[in-house]
Design a protein around this ligand. Sequence first.
Ligand code: G3P
Ligand code: MG
Length: 392
Amino acid sequence: MLRCGRLPSRSINITSTATQRPTRLIKRWIQLPSNPEGSRDAPLAFAFDIDGVLIRGSNVIPAAKRALSILEGNNPLKTKIPYILLTNGGGIGEAERCRRLSKELDFEIKETQYIQAHTILKIVVEKYADVPVLVLGGLNDDVRKVAQSYGFKRAYTPLDVKAWNPTYGPLTLLEAHNLTHIPSVWPFYDLTADELASTRPIDFSTTPIQAIFVFHDPRNWALDTQVICDVLQSGGIIGGPYRKPDIPIELVFCNPDLIWRADFERPRLGQGAFREAFQAVYKALTGAPYPHVQYGKPTTATYKFAEQVLRDRLAEMQGKPVKEMPQVYMVGDNPESDIAGANAAGWNSVLVQTGVYDPADGPPRHTPTHHAEDVEAAVRYAIEREIKRLAA
Ligand code: G3P
Ligand code: MG
């Protein structure tokens, strides 16, 4: 699995032979009263990326369990070291994803330590809670359920749009249009039984879409691109005359990743690639790309949101508000999202070789604080560095 540009996998074993001074410090540390979750005010905290760091496709990266075991107390500080998971992935609810991750990683992942690409929408939902919005990405209507759990009461999917305007529509529509059949919103694709079952009967000719949220990686780029263009060009009324809406329709993407690492040998196209493809089509149609809002790593909004989640998690573990944030280490496989964002947030950043980044491709565009073979080596490096910093 290891690529060229081999790194020293196990630097110094922090469990025993740390230099004298740190050991004395560790002893003093261990005597400190512990907090509710058995932690002492840890001198550091972690934010872990998921794809390419803890998991690859459906496989858990072996170093992941060893790394979490160190953080859950198997370390010289004999203390739980706080961490959150910060991913550009998504597509299902946070609670369900935490349940699955806890099973895969053999350590409980709480919702208070988990952020996915669209979690940040919880803080913008109010503006759109009661109006029709289009939500995209993932399978069937999984993201509609997530959107509803955030408070979006009128969330529709491109599958609903496709179902609304099937080649042969419900009678009510036929009579209304004196047509024998109705042109389909996208004639080159028929819904699967599961997709059709996930749809809601809604008449989009009377439902002005006021915002579009791309929650997760779209599965049907062609249908999704067509439907987004229809909404934006027709002022929210799909199939209606092309016109500028009175209030601009907001277009929000939650994950800017052009590529990400699944279990195929080379990185795969991500939601950012869909955004680029959509914008190219929209520009070809209208002369200019459509202005959009971008969330997800490396955006400042997402790292600020993550800093607050981490601060709340520390307070939860320590049973008291956090006066001073400890050193934060972001461990990621993608220089463009994990390292760039962490550097801009003033965090420490560790780039691992188990995902997107391949040293054979040369130095990364964004320089990390440290390169590590995998997440375990990253955790060991950070703890050792902070013990030395404390000893200094
Ligand atoms: O779709 C998810 C992918 O873009 C990257 O996820 O966990 O590496 O941020 P992650
Ligand atoms: Mg990743």
